[in-house]
Design a protein around this ligand. Structure first.
Ligand SMILES: NC(=O)N[C@@H](CC(=O)O)C(=O)O
Ligand SMILES: [Zn+2]
Ligand SMILES: [Zn+2]
Length: 396
């Protein structure tokens, strides 16, 4: 009997494919099991790295996502179309044989990127965006841009011509600017003037962290200005960096902000606005490089991201808006077709592995060792990541 289900704001766009209820048991654990079927999501901001790390992490993204925008901040960075084509080949080789995952490549903008490189990128058919890292803003950004207006205007104008989006790590690097204010100052001093100067440039503000960014994106022109949002910036505030001691695995850039900012981002993504879409910023670093005297910025969230996004939308009473955020807004902005395949999430508890071990070392996933709801299913089977524990109808 399915009599106790309360679906948050059901709508046509969002369907529970089926609901099951183990009516044979009556215990305090007996709960209707909800299943959620979504058009396969894409990840519009992903770090796959290269070498051993690429082999280790690529399958985790390929399991849940159809496509991903691949960040170019390797060492050395992917600054040319030729390098992007080669990097794409190594990503494809790192995927499981049966995977349909499609990497969408990006170029790393430098002071010396030529307008012709943008033409080549567009013609290649495999490069979908150009990434702006202000020099020194984040991991492997030392070759980034030192003076956007002084050095890059011809390239940006060519990007307008070629309808090539600019993806932005939106933080100033001035050491005099407080680290928590760097996004807001970037909006005021770089993004706002950029958009005024080139209103036909498509811009994605990556991994937004503040209510200032939310307002800025909402005030822009739909189809020209959008933002990606990570699970960590939807779920954690800056207290998570210091809870019970320093928490290096919650450290990423832009750094987590205070609770009011988190709430503003949750409201924005769950509002149904088309300007916000899924971008995990899954950014793996080997455990020793996180747990050391000068730990790297970046959170590896690929295995948990889709569960966490579902949690955020469920808690906001907006599960009916989840699919547009995960699967429609991104391709619509990029002018790409939406995926046709589906993925399923089951409302069942599963334990995130404490650590993923590889020959080169370990990677600690976001929420390591914790229990999450919304278990991703691959094909018809629940995905067994690690000691998946069901705490629903089968117990007691
Ligand atoms: N987000 C991060 O904290 N780190 C990213 C770089 C980035 O996206 O800024 C990385 O490459 O490790
Ligand atoms: Zn970044
Ligand atoms: Zn990133």
């Amino acid at each position: 009997m399915i009599n106790s289900l309360v679906f948050p704001r059901p709508s046509e766009a969002f369907k529970f494919a089926s609901t099951r209820f183990d009516g044979s048991r009556k215990s305090k654990y007996s709960k209707p099991r909800m299943e959620l079927t979504l058009t396969q999501p894409d990840d519009w901001h992903l770090h796959l790295r290269d070498g051993d790390l690429l082999q280790a992490v690529a399958p985790h993204s390929a399991k849940h996502f159809g496509r991903a925008i691949i960040m170019p901040n390797l060492k050395p960075p992917i600054t040319t179309t030729a390098a992007a084509v080669a990097y794409r080949e190594s990503i494809l080789k790192a995927l499981p044989a049966d995977s349909n995952f499609t990497p969408l490549m990006t170029l790393y903008l430098t002071d010396t990127t030529s307008p012709n490189e943008i033409k080549l990128a567009r013609r290649s058919g495999v490069v979908f965006a150009v990434k702006l890292y202000p020099a020194g803003a984040t991991t492997n950004s030392q070759d980034g841009v030192t003076d956007l207006f002084g050095k890059c205007l011809p390239v940006l104008e060519e990007m307008v011509e070629e309808n090539m989006p600019l993806l932005v790590h939106g933080e100033v690097t001035d050491p005099d600017v407080d680290v928590f204010d760097r996004e807001k100052v970037f909006i005021d001093t770089v993004l706002q003037p950029l958009i005024q100067r080139l209103p036909r440039l498509k811009v994605v503000m990556e991994h937004i962290t503040t209510m200032d960014a939310v307002r800025f994106v909402e005030s822009g022109e739909e189809g020209f200005l959008a933002a990606t949002v990570t699970p960590q910036h939807l779920i954690l505030n800056r207290n998570a960096l210091f809870q019970g001691g320093l928490q290096p695995h919650n450290y990423c850039l832009p750094v987590l902000k205070r609770e009011t900012h988190r709430q503003a981002i949750v409201s924005a993504v769950t509002s149904g606005s088309k300007r916000f879409f899924l971008g995990t910023d899954s950014a793996p670093h080997e455990k020793q490089r996180k747990e050391c005297s000068c730990g790297c910025a970046g959170i590896f969230n690929a295995p948990v991201a889709i569960s966490l996004y579902a949690k955020v939308f469920e808690e906001a009473g907006a599960l009916d808006k989840l699919e547009a955020f995960t699967s429609f807004n991104g391709p619509d902005f990029y002018g790409l077709p939406r995926n046709t395949s589906k993925i399923k999430l089951t409302k069942a508890s599963w334990k995130v592995p404490d650590s993923l071990s590889f020959s080169f070392g370990n990677i600690i996933p976001m929420f390591a060792g914790e229990t999450l709801e919304w278990q991703p299913c691959v094909g018809e089977k629940a995905e067994m990541l690690n000691e998946v524990q069901e705490v629903g109808a089968n117990k007691g």
